[in-house]
Design a protein around this ligand. Sequence first.
Ligand code: ADP
Length: 269
Amino acid sequence: FQQIETGQKPGDELAEMGRTFNEMILLLEANFARQERFVSDASHELKTPLTIIESYASLLKRRGKQRPEVFDEAVDAILSESVRMRELTERLLQLARSPEADSLEFGDLDLARSAAESARAFIRAYGREIEVDAPGSVPVWTDAAKVRQLLFILLDNARKYSEGRITVSASGDGPGGAAVLKVTDRGIGIPESELPKVFDRFYRVDSSRVRSPGAGGAGLGLSLARDLAQALDIRIGIESEVDKGTTVTLIFPREERAREKPTGERLSR
Ligand code: ADP
């Protein structure tokens, strides 16, 4: 993009327009660079499982018929890498979906009920023990489907990076009586130096920490969570201690403030 020369005279409308134009160009350029990086990071992430699938498929073709152990190993690897690729593609689609298709739908929601429902669905899907600590109702004005999506990302991380009990709590005792949702695990934790980076796109803390290979994701979950939280005016925070566990906290806006947001506001990325 080409910047245009602007004069310095105050009150000069043409110069003012020029400055606005230049600011617009800077914004466009930043957006452009971000998108380019996103596409190149995404392609890179997709290439790894594809390469593994390709090499195991060719191994199958060469030796699968004669050697049953090779057959089993190859089929297992192909299956788990395919699952990884499907999950990755779903996340990428969510991140890249055009803002128009993603309008928010605000309404009344009881966070306590939402936490209990998500926990039930999660227990059914993964058979993990989840404790729900939500003694009373916690009303909020928000987009229920997006909150569910957020909660699933956090539960999914808790599941991947811990083995014990997971706790979900909902309460109205945040600052100024704000509604608060917390997901706590007692897993491997995150070193303090890595904490500020975990919300970055494609960022992963050293993947060798995860016991079962392939259990780590592509580093997109928390960045999607941050985008969703931002769109819903929710503050998101993470606390963690290595080998003790991690807690992610969502603080919801006060209802009056949430209601100021026009329904149908777009998710901006
Ligand atoms: P991923 O899909 O890799 O889990 P996320 O964006 O959700 O990506 O998280 C980024 C990184 O932060 C993860 O790769 C992991 O190293 C670390 N992380 C996230 N949640 C937890 C957690 N509950 N316990 C330990 N580490 C976590």
